[in-house]
Write a protein that binds this ligand. Structure first.
Ligand SMILES: Cc1ncc(C[n+]2csc(CCOP(=O)(O)OP(=O)(O)O)c2C)c(N)n1
Length: 573
């Protein structure tokens, strides 16, 4: 990009919008505030090249920016006002942190001459989001000098994308945004990528040659078309079974014979046993967090029984919990391409094990019929009727287990990311993520699977979908009248003592219609396919409301079975 050495004077708020355009941003999400009027005016000034999507709550807006970051690989952008706006948005920052999603949250701040007085809605964002707080922003910057705004923005983009990607918070004092500046914006930032050293690849080859039961766990952020294809070729060269980390299921094509399933909540017990019995685990891009390690037991912390190779872009992730036998600090894209180049032998001793892992994955897709409304059939029908490039989104709750178990996500080399799901376990993520996907990629179909509790955490974003003209967007709400996950834990630990987990629900279909959506309610399996066909044909966002009994708990068991087992355990002392 050729930049003029000087540009006409314009308010810093306008320059900020120009800088976003220079970074390739076409859509930003947010809720307006009087603290950043000069930026909103910049959006008006440049409305032909960039749009500001006004959301209904900052939590929804921040989740939309997270979804944008996941789908594009570049920072999703969210604007919020000070105090209440920033606190509402915190859930999205936390999710981007745990999910390693590149994201930038811009926060309007009180004027500089009012700082430190606890002025109206004032918060010190470095303390609130600061890296010292473990798990909020990767970096928090406050722009005190309008002239240095371009520098701060470039740094925010670098920081959000480099190493372990994550969220950055940039704080914008109100008076700074109105200062006229003549600094040009900086050119588009590309992340610096680290490659694995040749010596470590030789070590990895030796570990593979010495192994008898290796398993790959792939996931994390930073994957793209080329690196996913390279991972597949590496796996094919070595006939390796590949599992995907929790909620990174589109890292490896789920229809490929080497796919072994996903590692997370609700893991196929056969896959868990296989990983536990492996003699070599290659963790590629995943964080090896609590969910992906089944509470640090699949891989015993801090020294696993299996030999462990951990490849991650963030130096701080390597050796954070596990004393791996080999640690490679490399961006996943570079690592996958390097792995592909490691010479494989003509035959490997574990081919039969790999085939068995694939067979176990296939067997896990089969489920006994459930009456009257079968969630396994619902997910399989979705996959049969919806286009292969459909983006599937979900928030948190047991309902997501059906999607994770039965949905066969294509590897992202085929259609880009097809799974948007929070490893932070944040309820309310799925609907705004789906709205963002539908607005950013209107040619693709977007399917949100939501729990009744989960859905209403951000149900207000139905209005954003309608207001901005989303079309190929379907939300399936699994209504079992309870915060079912919590009820499940209660029945396990305090059988029969229901407390705080019952829900009063609205008529979800009527609610959606009030927002201008098409909507239907469904009580039996046979009604689902025709309703979905009508949703696909509707040309307008559609909500399908599934009415289930609270007893429907997970894809493997019911509440009554959990309660009975817990009661028996208690009686046996
Ligand atoms: C924002 C947030 N609040 C609370 C929780 C704790 N939590 C996890 S699952 C769950 C219940 C989810 O209920 P629902 O959406 O109805 O799905 P179900 O479990 O019934 O399938 C709760 C309250 C959470 N993960 N996120």
């Amino acid at each position: 990009m050729n930049l003029p050495a000087t540009v006409p004077l314009r308010p810093a708020g306008h320059a900020l919008v120009e800088a976003l355009i220079a970074q390739g941003v076409e859509t930003c999400f947010g809720v307006p505030g009087e603290s950043y009027l000069a930026v909103l005016d910049g959006f008006h000034e440049h409305r032909e090249r960039i749009r500001f999507v006004a959301c209904r709550q900052e939590g929804g807006a921040a989740f939309m920016a997270d979804a944008q970051g996941k789908l594009s690989g570049r920072p999703g952008i969210c604007f919020v006002t000070r105090g209440p706006g920033a606190t509402n948005a915190a859930i999205g920052v936390h999710t981007s942190f745990q999910d390693s999603t590149p994201m930038i949250l811009f926060v309007g701040q009180v004027a500089s001459d009012q700082r430190d007085r606890e002025a109206f809605q004032e918060i010190d964002y470095r303390q609130m989001f600061g890296p010292g707080t473990l798990g909020l922003a990767k970096w928090v910057g406050e722009v005190h000098s309008a002239e240095r705004l371009p520098e701060y923005i470039a740094r925010a983009f670098h920081t959000a994308m480099q190493g372990r990607p994550g969220p950055v918070v940039l704080v914008l004092p109100e008076d700074m945004l109105t200062v006229p500046i003549k600094q040009p914006v900086l050119p588009r930032v590309e992340p610096v990528r680290a490659w694995p050293a040749p010596g470590s690849l030789r070590e990895l080859r030796s570990l593979l040659l010495a192994a008898e039961r290796p398993v790959v766990i792939a996931g994390g952020s930073g994957w793209d078309t080329e690196s996913c294809a390279a991972l597949q070729r590496f796996a094919e060269n070595w006939q390796l079974p590949v599992a995907c980390g929790w909620r990174f299921q589109d890292t490896f094509d789920n229809r490929h014979p080497l796919y072994a399933g996903d590692v997370g909540i609700g893991i196929n017990p056969k896959l868990a046993a296989r990983i536990a019995a492996a003699d070599l685990v290659i963790a590629l891009g995943v964080r090896l967090g609590e969910m992906t390690t089944n509470g640090y037991t699949l891989l015993q912390a801090p020294r696993p029984r299996q030999k462990l190779v951990h490849i991650h872009a963030g130096a701080e992730e390597l050796g954070r919990v596990y004393a791996a036998d080999l640690m490679l600090q490399a961006q996943v894209g570079c690592a996958a391409k390097a792995l592909e180049s490691i010479a494989a032998p003509m035959a490997v001793p574990w081919s039969a094990e790999t085939a068995a892992a694939g067979a176990e994955y296939a067997a896990n897709l089969v489920a006994p019929e459930v009456l009257p409304l079968d969630m396994a059939v619902v997910v399989k029908t979705l996959q049969r009727l919806l286009p292969p490039d459909t983006v599937y989104t979900n928030g948190a709750g047991n309902f997501s287990g059906w999607l994770h178990r039965y949905c066969r996500y294509p590897g992202l080399q085929h259609h880009g990311r097809t799974q948007l799901a929070p490893t932070s376990g944040a309820m309310g993520y799925g609907l705004p993520a789906a709205v963002a996907a539908a607005l950013l990629y209107p040619e693709r179909t977007v399917l949100n699977l939501a729990g009744d509790g989960d859905f209403l955490m951000n149900g207000q974003e139905l209005a954003t979908a309608t207001g901005y003209g989303a079309k190929k967007l379907i939300s399936v709400v699994v209504d079992n009248g309870t915060y079912g996950t919590i009820r499940m834990h209660q029945e396990r630990d305090y059988p029969g003592r229901v407390s705080g987990s019952d829900l009063f629900n609205p008529d979800f279909a009527a609610l959606a219609r009030a927002y201008g959506w098409h909507a239907e309610s469904i009580t039996e399996t046979a009604e689902f396919e025709p309703a979905l066909a009508r949703a696909i044909a509707a040309g307008t966002p559609t909500l399908l409301h599934l009415r289930l009994s609270a007893d429907v708990s997970t894809s493997r068991t019911t509440l009554s079975a959990i309660r009975e087992a817990a009661t028996r355990r208690a009686a046996a002392g």
